[in-house]
Design a protein around this ligand. Structure first.
Ligand code: GRF
Length: 209
């Protein structure tokens, strides 16, 4: 059984979706860089071990990442799932977990990398918006996309309603992708990412238009 660690900094609604999905893999630990993260309470309630590693207590990004790396090794983790983890990771750390670390981003990548995606979508007047599950690579929000959830932006939408609507999609697609990895439906190989035995050409699309 695949061992999963979930890295969080905040509310942890994606963590909750992963817990509720009763995955074929086991969430062996939840790691937060913030002691006040509500995600920790969710983990406690589900009986999942937690650890807090406060980045402020380390002299450099690399020093913080080294401690996280060691914790993941101690948990014997196969898959690292970033779920609202609000730290930029060092290249060394990312490379150590390349092909084994996922993130979810609240936009249809490659559009709107970085922060404040919902407001930027509204400012541009886009009709489509959504979220992307992707492998993590050293370049921010640029790893191979595995799945996207898509919705139609309405005239009534605000950044707040878009955030809520995108979260619904996140809770659908993130557990699905993690389950696909747990069951070998998605495999990261030297030849590329395989999906159902074939080279994945584009992310799997989930639409709620
Ligand atoms: C989500 O919007 C996700 O796309 C982004 O961080 C947020 C985490 O939300 N990476 P939550 O803590 O899972 O509720």
């Amino acid at each position: 059984m695949i061992k999963i660690a979930v890295l969080v900094s905040g509310s942890g609604s994606n963590l909750q979706a992963l817990i509720d999905a009763h995955l074929s893999g086991e969430i062996v630990g939840v790691l937060s860089n913030k002691p006040e993260a509500f995600a920790l309470e969710r983990a406690h309630k589900a009986g999942i071990p937690t650890t807090v590693i406060e980045h402020k207590q380390y002299p450099s990004r690399e020093a913080f990442d080294d401690v996280m790396h060691q914790q993941l090794l101690d948990w014997e983790v196969d898959l690292v799932v970033l779920a609202g983890f609000m730290r930029i990771l060092s290249e060394k750390f990312v490379k150590a977990w390349e092909g084994k670390m996922l993130n979810i981003h609240p936009s249809l990548l490659p559009h709107y990398k970085g922060m404040h995606t919902h407001q930027r979508v509204l400012n541009t007047g886009d009709v489509l918006h959504g979220c992307t599950v992707h492998y993590v690579t050293p370049e921010l929000d640029a790893g191979q996309a595995l799945a996207q959830g898509m919705l139609k932006v309405s005239h009534q939408d605000t950044a707040h309603t878009l955030s809520q609507r995108v979260h619904v999609l996140e809770h659908l697609i993130y557990p699905q992708v993690v389950e696909w990895i747990c069951t070998g439906v998605i495999q990261h190989t030297t030849a590329g990412v395989m999906y159902r035995g074939k080279l994945m050409q584009e992310p799997v699309q989930f639409c709620k238009l």
